[in-house]
Design a protein around this ligand. Structure first.
Ligand code: PEP
Ligand code: MN
Length: 345
């Protein structure tokens, strides 16, 4: 729409789109409103003649298979707010914490170290997808309660995984951001269900998914109304066995070019080995990532899940200080919720 288009003009265009049998997705920016029309291309093109309508600036066909999350629709570098903290557009997210919530003591020890080191979000799984059915699969609801207490003490917003719609109600009570894991990237009903909530989503890339498939999964969420989505590259399966997965650094600039969404990187699951996480984190930041998610444990040798890749809680501050130099180099700001946020994009 033209700058200064009236509410009435926006409403009129929305009505026209809906009459044509398409769905209208208005997105109001500070100066301009963009209205997405999603439906069958031929049907819309045949019956919609919006050019020249009052208030309409231009009509742009979006040819990518994903629409609402494409950079053609909303532009690049959108900011996603999670519990009042911005991610993207120069605001860097450092999400840290244990792989799994194992106990109150373990979670609090990790959360305190993460907070002290300058992380601005707390991660921790109460529901864990495990390759072996005999492995520790999380504390469930009791784990969520521990996360809520850790947030209470540290002030860090909680990022936690949702594996199944049956857990949604409990997870929504605690999560500031819902993590959808690599194994569920194409669980389409789960994507739709999360899309009907207003809780921000961290969408991990499936380990055998192309960037396009990943963005189409984000589109499933956005299509239901929830566009507060942050993408997370976590490594893909290749022939290489030296690392747990192969971190696809190129996915960061590619996803940021193709979509409007912030992109963060998980070097922990990509590397699978503690001593590789720092160089991979540095590379991710310099490649333009809007954040990192890393695993931190007070005693990795006793961890019930992903111990070999967990950073030691007691040396995490030094780890963050190193990565901070890369964040500074990129002109981004890693702000704790306590400090006033002032960022020039
Ligand atoms: C995790 O974050 O602990 C996890 C299971 O990650 P992914 O889904 O990327 O394997
Ligand atoms: Mn893990």
């Amino acid at each position: 729409m033209q700058e200064g288009a009236t509410d009435e003009q926006v409403r009129h265009v929305v009505e026209r789109i809906e009459q044509a049998g398409a769905r209208a997705h208005p997105s109001r920016g500070e100066f301009v409103t963009v209205i997405g029309a999603i439906g069958d291309d031929r049907e819309i093109v045949a019956s919609l003649q919006l050019e020249g309508e009052p208030g309409v600036e231009k009509v742009v066909p979006i040819l990518k298979p994903y629409k609402l999350v494409s950079s053609d629709f909303r532009g690049r570098d959108q900011v996603v707010e999670v519990a009042g903290r911005p991610i993207g557009g120069g605001h860097f997210a450092l999400i840290a914490g244990p792989c799994a919530v194992e106990s109150r003591e373990q979670t609090f020890a990790s959360a305190r170290a993460c907070k002290a080191a300058g992380a601005n979000f707390l991660r921790g799984g109460a529901y864990k997808p495990r390759t072996s059915p005999y492995a520790f699969s999380g504390l469930g609801k009791a784990g969520l309660e521990i996360l809520a207490e850790a947030r209470e003490e540290t002030g860090l917003p909680v990022v936690t995984e949702l594996m199944d719609v049956r857990q949604l109600e409990d997870v929504l009570e605690v999560a500031d951001m819902i993590q959808l894991g690599a194994r569920n990237m194409q669980n389409f009903d789960l994507l739709r269900e999360v899309g009907r909530t207003s809780t921000p989503v961290l969408l991990k890339r499936g380990m055998a998914a192309t960037v396009e498939e990943w963005l189409l999964s984000a589109e499933y969420i956005a299509r239901e109304g929830n566009s507060a989505i942050v993408l997370c590259e976590r490594g893909i399966r290749t022939f290489e066995t030296a690392t747990r997965s192969t971190l696809d650094i190129s996915a960061v600039p590619v996803a940021k070019q193709q979509s409007c969404l912030p992109v963060i990187v998980d070097p922990s699951h990509a590397a699978g080995k503690r001593d590789l996480i720092l160089p991979m984190a540095r590379a991710a930041v310099v490649a333009g990532a809007d954040g990192l998610i890393v695993e931190v444990h007070p005693a990795p040798e006793h961890a019930l899940c992903d111990g070999p890749q967990a950073l030691h809680a007691d040396t995490f501050s030094a780890w963050v200080a190193d990565v901070q130099r890369c964040i500074d180099l990129m002109g981004k700001v890693l702000a704790s919720g306590d400090a006033p946020v002032a960022v020039g994009a």
